[in-house]
Design a protein around this ligand. Structure first.
Ligand code: PAF
Length: 274
C-alpha cells in the first residue's frame, strides 16, 4: 500500500490508475470501515482510503482532541484489506490556509444531528468535497450508520453534478447489536454492556411500525423514556422518511428510525430502516 500525505504526491500517484474508488475515514478503523474497503474493490480498479481527523466538523466542546488516533494499526488493517493507496494528510497539508470557502448544505444540516451539532455537516461536506477534488474518484463509499451524513453527501454530489457515484454500506454491528463506531472505545465496560439498549430501542420501534403502529410520537417518547430510565440523555429519537429525513407524510413512505443519545460522556448515534 502506498501512503501519501501531500496533495501533489497523491495526485501524481493516482495518475493512470483506472477507475478510482474512494473511502474517506477519520481513522481508528473497525470492521465497519473494513467492510467498506472490501466492498470498494468490486467498484473499480484502485481503492483509495483517507485518514484525516477533520477539525472543521467538530464543535468547540466536542472530542476533536481526544478522538482516537491509531495510525499504525489502521495502516495494518488497510493493507490486510487490500487497499492500494492511503491518503493521510496533516492539517497543514489539507488546510494550508484557513478554509474560508465552505460547502453550506441546505436545511437538512439543521435537523436531527445538525440541531445538536451546529456546523457539523458544513464541516463534513467541505472536507469531503475537498477530498473528492484531490482524489477525483469515480465512486465513493460511506457507511449507513451516519445516515444523515450519507444523505447530505449524496445530495451534494447530485446537486453539484459531481461525476461520482455515492454508495452506502450497511452498518456493521457487534454480536449484541451495537453499531460499530470509533466512539465505542470511550465506553467503560459497564457502559459497553448498557450501550446495546440504543439499537434495541430502535428495533422495538421498527417492529411496532411493521406491525401497523403509526403513532410515531408515542413510539419515540417511549424509547426516550426507556433510555432515560437506564441513565441515557437523549438528543433525539425520530421516525423519518428515508427519502429526505422529514417527518412521515401520508401514503406509507419508506421510513428510517434515527437516534442520538449520550451514555456517560459518550454520544452514540444509530439508525434502522423500517
Ligand atoms: O464519517 C467520517 O468518518 C467523516 O465524517 C468523514 C466522511 C471521513 C469526513 O471527515
Amino acid at each position: 500500500m502506498e501512503i501519501h500525505s501531500r496533495v501533489a504526491d497523491l495526485r501524481l500517484a493516482l495518475k493512470d490508475r483506472g477507475r478510482i474508488v474512494f473511502v474517506p475515514t477519520m481513522g481508528n478503523l473497525h470492521a465497519g470501515h473494513i467492510s467498506l474497503m472490501t466492498q470498494a474493490r468490486a467498484h473499480g480498479d484502485t481503492v483509495v482510503a483517507s485518514i484525516f481527523v477533520n477539525r472543521l466538523q467538530f464543535g468547540p466542546n466536542e472530542d476533536f482532541d481526544k478522538y482516537p488516533r491509531t495510525f499504525e494499526d489502521d495502516c495494518a488493517k488497510l493493507r490486510a484489506a487490500g487497499v492500494d493507496v492511503l491518503f493521510a494528510p496533516t492539517e497543514a497539508d489539507l488546510y494550508p490556509e484557513p478554509q474560508e470557502y465552505t460547502v453550506e448544505p441546505p436545511d437538512i444540516q439543521h435537523i436531527l444531528d445538525g440541531e445538536f451539532r451546529p456546523g457539523h455537516f458544513r464541516g463534513v461536506a467541505t472536507v469531503v468535497l475537498k477530498l473528492f477534488n484531490i482524489v477525483q474518484p469515480q465512486v465513493a463509499l460511506f457507511g449507513k450508520k451516519d445516515y444523515q451524513q450519507l444523505m447530505v453527501l449524496r445530495n451534494m454530489a447530485r446537486q453539484l453534478a459531481l461525476p461520482i457515484e455515492i454508495v452506502g454500506g450497511e452498518t456493521v454491528r457487534a454480536e449484541d447489536g451495537l453499531a460499530l463506531s470509533s466512539r465505542n472505545g470511550y465506553l467503560s465496560p459497564a457502559e459497553r454492556a448498557e450501550a446495546v439498549r440504543l439499537s434495541r430501542e430502535l428495533r422495538r420501534i421498527r417492529d411496532a411500525i411493521r406491525a401497523g403502529n403509526t403513532d410515531y410520537a408515542a413510539l419515540e417518547q417511549a424509547a426516550v423514556a426507556a433510555l432515560a430510565e437506564a441513565g441515557w440523555k437523549t438528543d433525539y429519537v425520530a421516525v423519518r422518511q428515508q427519502s429526505d429525513l422529514k417527518s412521515p407524510a401520508a401514503g406509507n413512505p419508506p421510513l428510517v428510525v434515527l437516534a442520538a443519545s449520550r451514555l456517560g460522556s459518550t454520544r452514540l448515534i444509530d439508525n434502522i430502516e423500517v
